[in-house]
Design a binder for this molecule. Sequence first.
Ligand SMILES: Cc1cc2nc3c(=O)[nH]c(=O)nc-3n(C[C@H](O)[C@H](O)[C@H](O)COP(=O)(O)O)c2cc1C
Length: 595
Amino acid sequence: MTNSEAPISPVISGVSNGRPKKLHGRAFYESIGSPRHIVAPMVDQSEFAWRMLTRSFLPPDQRTSVLAYTPMLHARLFVDSPRYRTSHFEAVKGGTEQLQDPANRDNSVDASSNLPLFLDGNPSIDRPLFVQFCANDPEALLGAARKVAPYCDAVDLNLGCPQGIARKGHYGAFLQEEPELIYKLIRTLHENLDVPVTAKIRLLDTPEASLQYARTVLSAGASILTVHGRRREQKGHMTGIADWKMLRYLRENLPKETVLFANGNVLEHGDVERCLEATGFDGVMSAEGLLSNPALFSPPPPLAETTLDQPATAAATEASTESAATSVDQDYYWHTMDPRREYWTSSRKGSRRGGWRIDAVMRRYLDILHVYCLGKASPPERAPLFIPGDPVERLVEDPTTAATADDDASTDGPARKKRRTNGSGDTAASTTPARDKDTNKEIFASPNFVAVQAHLFHLLRHAVAKHTDIRDALARTRKGDMAGYERILSMLEKRIGQALVAGEDKAFSEEWEADDPELDDATEILDDPDSSAAAVRRCKRPWWVVQPILRPMPAEALAKGAIQLKKKVKAELDHAVKAEAATAKVQVVAAAASA
Ligand SMILES: Cc1cc2nc3c(=O)[nH]c(=O)nc-3n(C[C@H](O)[C@H](O)[C@H](O)COP(=O)(O)O)c2cc1C
């Protein structure tokens, strides 16, 4: 991957009254390339490295087709606390203190501070980017927005967060009942900020109320509106499915010029087009789906038709790597260029199941951390990922790695201390010592390192459920423990190789694909609000392949006792059931009498 991609067109067009005139609405959307795929704002999870990982699955010239949002930042804290700022937004190397010169947005050095541009919003590698804030004070929001405006394409207001912390802090979806405040927050940015303002909302109870709400936000000056197709109450076990029909209603009742992003129910690649078609929206935003599969927005790689039935002898491997190197853009696969090793496809004839291997995704992710976040010249050298036909000696467990992991798992002390006394027998680990002495400690406070463990637990969820020693080793890693992550990767790669040699993919096929109907593109997929069974079946992949995490539907959670209805709701339901039974009884009696 290079830094050579051309920066996207600026959002500023012309000059008016001595100030640059900014674009609005659809004109703005088109100026950033009309992106249809959007990485959702996610606290501690949509940081630079994950955004870059998502884009890395697309060819370089298509990477700007993915628009990404930063995690939500707290406007008041961002204004007041330099520490909060530097630990949450890394636009330049060395702090975000003095940065305020929009004229320098495309240079590699920020002229106002003379510091090199770094990660967040870097025009070469992290655009388009919207920075999201939560706020309830227009002045604080404007102050925070002005600090990030030179390094992003728009500033977004979070009106969707339904969590308790948002209730306490009086922001997110808990502003829904205050349209005047919402109007003022958005209007202040619309009138005073150099880049456009956008907003993300949830649905209200009825289509009419939701439409009125959307109109308020848009009339205040929001250039783009994202609608999460769920209500504020739909969280945790009550999440359920998003209401695409209500999104369609909004589309049909808002002016065509309004730019809308749909959010909710996107589990796999095919759902993106399905959502666009069902809602008529301009773009699709995904959150949890991307945490499980950062390649969700990308089609399968071109060589995916090659199946694991074809032996990968050493010679064939070399030849395939060579031909891949000459036939595909090296940037596409970054340093690994053999999709047969990275992408799994079911060997069952006619199967539509496939997906990136989690060891391949984890490698890419770690490489981004090594190269972009830690500034290494290159990622650690590793052997190609294993596929059947490769020499199996590679799969023998390395006692040093296992011992280190066991040590990690069997002590309560910090993993890092233990490793120092152990030394290291693992090649990857030994090339990337934990927290190099010459690496500035501050860097590990960066959002990119804070997020690693949670990302890996999400990505490897099905693997760690099966291989609990990997789970334990991961649980004991600390921020910036690159050697620990490399060791976990090495364990994972071996287990996946062993599974392939043992024919686990065939066993998977027998268990999950035996009764599959012949699916084609015309097959309709229905989102069932009462049961997640069909979605589980549709999305199921072997444990070493990326796949979404599916929650039970509220009815299923209720049946399992995972949630309980509030007394009042339960009493209402009981009452309704009794009334229905009484009506039915009356009808039976009446029918019998008239017979
Ligand atoms: C880990 C996580 C963090 C999130 N943080 C934010 C946030 O900072 N701002 C926001 O507007 N929504 C946030 N959300 C909500 C998502 O942006 C999105 O609206 C929601 O997950 C529904 O989309 P999905 O069905 O694709 O997951 C978060 C969601 C997750 C899973």
